[in-house]
Ligand binder design. Structure first.
Ligand SMILES: [Zn+2]
Length: 212
C-alpha cells in the first residue's frame, strides 16, 4: 500500500470517523509491504501483508464468482466501462472498484488520473502509487462522502451497498449487481441484465433571495 493512500482508510467499526494509526514493519520506496493499521477509538487492528490491507477482521472473504463478463473482457474495456458508469472525469478523485471491476484498477487509474481502491481484487492486479489493494467483508473502509464512485459485483454481500452509499459523496455514483437491489435513496440512471448504475442525490445548495 502506497503510504499516501493510507490517509484514505478508516476503521470499519460503528463509531465516529477516525484515522488509523499505522505501524510499519517493512517499507520499500514508500510502499508499506508489512505493517498494521490500528484504530485509536476501538483498538481494532488491520494487518497489511505483502502490500494488501486486510479489513475482513478474520471473517471469510466472499466467494469469488467466475464466468462473469468482466473476466472475459480486456481490462481496458472494463476500465472504460467503469470510467463511464462512474463518470470518472476528475484526476485525483478516489474511486472504489470491487471484485471483477477491480481487475481494471491500473487501467482506470492510467486513463483518468484517479486513485483506485481495489476491493478483493483477483490475482494479477498490481498495486501502485495510485492503486491500493484491500480485502473487505461488507464494509468499505473509507471516510463518509470521500469517494467519487463505487463499482461492485455479485461477489459481495448485499450489506456492502449501504456502506457504498455512505462512502460516496453527494452526486457520486454506484454500480451494483442486479443480484443486489439498488437502495431506494439512489436514483437509478441505467440498468442491464448484469448491473445497475445509480446516483446519490446531489447536495442541495440554498440560494438566498434578495429583497424578501
Ligand atoms: Zn475503530
Amino acid at each position: 500500500m502506497f503510504i499516501e493512500l493510507l490517509d484514505l482508510l478508516r476503521c470499519v467499526n460503528a463509531h465516529e470517523d477516525t484515522w488509523l494509526v499505522a505501524s510499519f514493519k517493512t517499507v520499500s520506496n514508500r510502499f508499506v509491504l508489512d505493517g498494521t493499521l490500528g484504530c485509536p477509538t476501538c483498538s481494532a487492528k488491520y494487518p497489511i501483508t505483502t502490500g494488501v490491507a486486510d479489513f475482513t477482521a478474520g471473517a471469510d472473504l466472499p466467494p469469488r464468482k467466475t464466468g462473469e463478463w468482466a473476466a472475459t473482457l480486456e481490462r481496458e474495456e472494463v476500465a472504460t466501462r467503469a470510467g463511464a458508469f462512474l463518470d470518472v472525469t476528475e484526476p485525483g478523485a478516489t474511486v472504489v472498484l470491487g471484485g471483477s471491476w477491480a481487475s481494471a484498477a491500473q487501467e482506470l487509474s492510467l486513463m483518468t488520473g484517479a486513485r483506485v481502491l481495489s476491493l478483493n481484487p483477483e490475482s494479477g492486479v498490481e498495486e501502485s502509487e495510485t492503486v491500493g489493494l484491500l480485502l473487505v467483508g461488507s464494509e468499505i473502509p473509507v471516510a463518509p462522502g470521500s469517494v467519487l464512485g463505487v463499482a461492485l459485483d455479485a461477489s459481495f454481500p448485499a450489506g456492502i451497498v449501504a456502506s457504498a452509499v455512505k462512502a460516496v459523496r453527494a452526486g457520486g455514483r454506484i454500480v451494483g449487481p442486479t443480484a443486489i437491489p439498488p437502495p431506494s435513496e439512489l436514483t437509478v440512471l441505467a440498468r442491464d441484465e448484469d448491473y445497475w448504475v445509480a446516483r446519490k442525490a446531489p447536495e442541495v445548495i440554498k440560494l438566498s433571495r434578495a429583497g424578501r
